[in-house]
Design a protein around this ligand. Structure first.
Ligand code: ADP
Ligand code: ASP
Ligand code: MG
Length: 401
């Protein structure tokens, strides 16, 4: 069996016109001799009736601190509605399709509600449907614990579902269909002249995704990479070839480029904690253990004699400050920040990269609040109000040069 996983995001299943395009993509796969396994997201985006954000809003209207377990039940509904509608659409078009939940598709998780980890994927039921010549339409984002609790895989997790199924079914290819024609050098909503990348390595795209390029979930990339299954990101609404994600890129376009893309992550708060400058190392371990015990994850960490600086997600900032002040620390928070990153396998060891980075920002008088770098990424923290200008300036400097 030549298995092809085809995942369709929220905008791809949001309207009858969009669903007609989805039917066409599935028909093309069948014509090429593939057995497609379809994965769908909830219909639409924030503000749309059955989108995940709308369902979360509905639950939080009833109770601001609704338990994560109950939240997972309402989030489940988005993909459930979408898969039923899409299956109906396929059946009406004469394609023998069958809707399956994440649990029915064999995705077994732990019980970390709203952000569950996958323990095992048992593709038996999907294989049974494929043997009957049916097209399974699986609810993305969903899992189930071994004892039957409903779980979800974290926001944007339908991509993860697609890769999990691709890996479990030994798929020839995983196609991620969305509303853009591939992975671009920056978010096209900010940089109008961002370019499509024809080919990119798993490593580069995972880094872009972790640093905020929402076009694919980083876990989806990692899972496909582990089994070396090629991933393609393409548009539901055109025949453009999209971006091919592969193990290593020997293409000139990839190895010769310095930077691959510019990304941004909004909704970050910077926290600065005063510590004893002689006992900084001891106090920093207390600070980070306290935050870890409260399940607050930290980023952009700087430890200096006399103070410790780091960032947290905006929604965790108040809790982090409360925990630290309760221990007697003086902690200051700087709200409304964003992380901007330049990612590229080619930046490692090249002199002048940081110089170009800082020149680009200083040209627009954008203050840098913190920096961090690795062999493939340079990131800075800026004020949220500067983020769009920073992304445009860095794109201009690194990707249009
Ligand atoms: P889906 O619902 O199909 O999963 P998403 O909204 O999760 O769609 O992802 C697609 C969106 O990702 C695009 O509309 C685009 O605005 C955004 N995006 C952010 N960064 C990038 C990038 N580097 N390349 C392409 N799209 C990007
Ligand atoms: N519907 C879920 C979300 O919005 C999962 C997904 O779309 O990938 O996070
Ligand atoms: Mg997505």
């Amino acid at each position: 069996m030549r298995i092809l996983v085809q995942k369709f995001g929220g905008t791809s299943v949001a309207s009858p016109e969009a669903r007609a395009c989805v039917v066409e993509k599935i028909r093309q796969a069948l014509k090429k001799g593939f057995m497609p396994v379809v994965v769908v997201s909830a219909m639409g985006r924030k503000g749309d009736n059955y989108a995940t954000d709308t369902l979360i809003g509905l639950a939080r209207e009833a109770c601001r601190n609704i338990a994560q377990r109950e939240l997972d039940h309402i989030m489940y509904c988005g993909e459930m509605i979408s898969a039923v509608i899409m299956t109906g659409f396929l059946q009406a078009a004469g394609i023998d399709a069958v809707m399956m939940t994440g649990g029915q598709a064999g995705i077994v998780t732990d019980n970390r509600f709203t952000n569950a980890r996958v323990l095992n994927v048992d593709p038996t039921k999907i294989n049974n449907q494929l043997r009957l010549g049916r097209v399974p339409v699986v609810c993305g984002f969903q899992g189930m614990t071994a004892d039957g609790e409903f779980t979800t895989l974290g926001r944007g997790g339908s991509d993860t579902s697609a890769s999990l199924l691709g890996a479990a079914l030994d798929a020839e290819l995983i196609e991620i269909y969305t509303d853009v024609e591939g992975i671009m050098t920056a978010d096209p909503r900010i940089v109008k002249n961002a370019k499509i990348l024809d080919v990119i390595s798993y490593g580069e795209v995972a880094q872009l995704a972790y640093q905020g390029a929402k076009v694919i979930h980083p876990r989806a990339v990692e899972i496909a990479a582990q089994k070396n299954i090629p991933l393609v990101i393409k548009s539901t609404f055109s025949d453009a070839p999209g971006t091919m994600i592969v193990k290593e890129c020997h293409e000139q376009t990839v190895t010769d480029r310095l930077a691959t893309g510019v990304t941004h992550l909004p909704n970050i708060a910077q926290i600065k904690v005063d510590v004893d400058d002689v006992k900084t190392h001891k106090e920093s371990s207390v600070i980070f253990r306290t935050l870890a015990d409260a399940a607050i994850s930290v980023d952009l960490i700087n430890v200096h004699p006399g103070h410790v600086m780091f960032t947290v997600a905006e929604e965790m900032a108040d809790e982090a400050i409360a925990k630290l002040t309760s221990l007697g620390y003086n902690a200051e928070v700087n709200h409304d920040c964003a992380k901007v990153s330049v990612v590229g396998g080619g930046i490692c060891g090249v002199p002048g990269v940081m110089a170009s980075f800082t020149e680009a920002l200083s040209m627009y008088n954008i203050p840098i609040m913190q920096t961090v770098d690795s062999h493939t990424t340079i990131s800075v923290l800026v004020k949220l109000s500067d983020v769009e200008t920073a992304v445009k300036a860095l794109h201009e400097k690194f990707l249009l040069a």
